[in-house]
Write a protein that binds this ligand. Structure first.
Ligand SMILES: [Fe+2]
Ligand SMILES: [Fe+2]
Length: 270
């Protein structure tokens, strides 16, 4: 056997350099579920006060984890669809890593939720988003919805959860996922740019429509409170709306940077 290294990637095509860069970044950043400091720190912030109060706090964290678990099971389906649908070898190579990322995320959430009482109430808006993304006909639309928007818009959520769960397994996981989803988003931006080079007016119009349908549902998802979080829901609502407005504006700018004019998105009435 010759010691000559076999190239692990297709002959490089200049316009796909960005996509391949994210493939290498994904390989470099890859972590294993057992790298998470299970058992070395609390799983979620430990409540103080009466057992009733502590149980209520744990239920709040459980609902936070449930929402992320639900999102990552959906991301597994979406990443598999992207892998199956993308015709370009560079993109297929990249998506093979994204499938693995999303399934490791899911494994980690499953392990964590097992520690705080198991699965709970589903977020109906997340189901609505999943349905919309999975049913989208065009590859351009799937990449746009999932990677340009969703992967980017949930990163501030991870930062927020991490900030309120210092010194826990939950914080550790959120930090890992924020990095991974940054790569998922970056790869999608790079690929969408290539796809849009040959996209006609019709496809572009479809994407603008899809964004305008998706963003209000995403807003509902962010503002949704399961029963366990109804109590703190009203307290945080004003701040949440403010933050959400900024995030949605960021989404609009992302679309603009791809040359797509997404109109101003209205927040759902509260
Ligand atoms: Fe994920
Ligand atoms: Fe992701």
């Amino acid at each position: 056997m010759s010691a000559e290294a076999v190239p692990a990637e297709p002959e490089s095509r200049a316009e796909y350099a960005g996509v391949l860069r994210f493939y290498h970044l994904a390989k470099h950043q890859e972590w294993q579920v057992d790298d998470v400091p299970w058992g070395e720190m609390p799983f979620v912030p430990e409540g103080k006060g009466t057992p009733v109060r502590q149980a209520r706090r744990r239920d709040i964290w459980r609902s936070v984890i449930m929402q992320q678990l639900q999102a990552d099971v959906f991301a597994c389906e979406m990443a598999s669809q992207l892998l199956a649908a993308a015709p370009d070898p560079e993109a297929r190579l990249y998506y093979s890593t994204m499938v693995q990322d999303e399934s490791r995320h899911t494994e980690a959430w499953l392990r964590l939720i097992g520690q705080v009482g198991g699965e709970g109430e589903r977020d109906p808006y997340l189901d609505e988003l999943a349905h919309m993304f999975l049913e989208a006909d065009l590859l351009e639309e799937k990449v746009f919805l999932m990677q340009v928007f969703f992967e980017r818009l949930i990163i501030p959520r991870f930062r927020l959860i991490a900030r309120s769960s210092r010194g826990t397994v939950l914080e550790d996981l959120c930090n890992r996922l924020a990095v991974d989803d940054g790569i998922h988003h970056g790869a999608g931006m790079a690929y969408e740019r290539v796809l849009l080079q040959s996209a006609g007016k019709k496809v572009r119009a479809r994407l603008v429509d899809a964004a305008n349908t998706m963003l209000p549902i995403f807003a509902n998802h962010v503002l949704w409170r399961p029963k366990a979080r109804e109590v703190i829901g009203t307290l945080m609502e004003a701040r949440d709306r403010e933050r959400l407005r900024e995030e949605l504006n960021h989404g609009v700018r992302l679309a603009n940077s791809l040359g797509l004019d997404v109109s101003d998105v209205r927040l759902p009435a509260g």
